[in-house]
Design a protein around this ligand. Sequence first.
Ligand SMILES: NC(=O)c1ccc[n+]([C@@H]2O[C@H](COP(=O)([O-])OP(=O)(O)OC[C@H]3O[C@@H](n4cnc5c(N)ncnc54)[C@H](O)[C@@H]3O)[C@@H](O)[C@H]2O)c1
Length: 240
Amino acid sequence: MTIALVTGAARGIGAAIAHRLAAAGHRLVLVDLNPAVRDSAAAMDAVAVEADIATAPGRAAIRDAVHAAGEPLGVLVNNAGITRDALVADLTEDMFRQVTRINLGATYELTSALAADMADDGAVVNIGSRAHLGNVGQFNYAMSKAGIVGLTRSLALAYAPRLRVNAVAPGFIATDMTDAMPVRVRERIVSRVPLRKPGRPEDIAGAVAWLASPEARYVTGQLVYCCGGRSYGTTEGTAT
Ligand SMILES: NC(=O)c1ccc[n+]([C@@H]2O[C@H](COP(=O)([O-])OP(=O)(O)OC[C@H]3O[C@@H](n4cnc5c(N)ncnc54)[C@H](O)[C@@H]3O)[C@@H](O)[C@H]2O)c1
């Protein structure tokens, strides 16, 4: 049995990914800033780590928890992410820095910190966003998720042939993150989704589970869109 580590696992997409990987037979280490991660972990007999992936002490605590779990790390899912949306004139330096720090910088730093501990044939899956194609009101977020594409492709080359590294780009998924948007914005986005409905966290979990599984043994450095067909549009308003 190998360990699967999921960041941002207290709720939303991360929690769905954790459930799916547990069902696939992995032992889980769940990471989140939010103390609710302990309840999620208790429900699936997983290890909880309440930590900030963007700090060195946070990443050290995560690494210690992986070592203490006593099994090789087979799967790393970098899912934790934030939005701080604003039109460009209102975007503060702090909003810019927070989003790029957590979504991109910490993803790179945590992966580097854990790569040596990963089992041969291990899989890293990064959660990007179709917003990397460009979104008004999400300059910082779109940039951070575009960075995830370059990071994924570069790490795939750096760690091949030992590890595979891929990314999933969700479209509009119904979670607390998107519930924070005004209703009219949500309705407008869904009306532009070719499949005409929001995605569910489980839809992303399915794509992640496939990329993490031996079924995807010949797939590395790829970005898999899971967005109801919406990756064709590039000039719409705010959407994750
Ligand atoms: N919901 C969508 O429509 C959507 C679309 C595209 C991409 N995504 C991406 O999917 C991922 C999950 O999104 P979600 O909708 O489930 O979001 P969410 O806000 O519901 O959950 C994100 C979790 O990450 C945790 N987190 C944030 N910063 C952290 C940090 N520094 N250290 C540890 N944990 C931290 C939060 O506490 C939270 O529990 C994110 O990377 C997001 O950008 C979401």
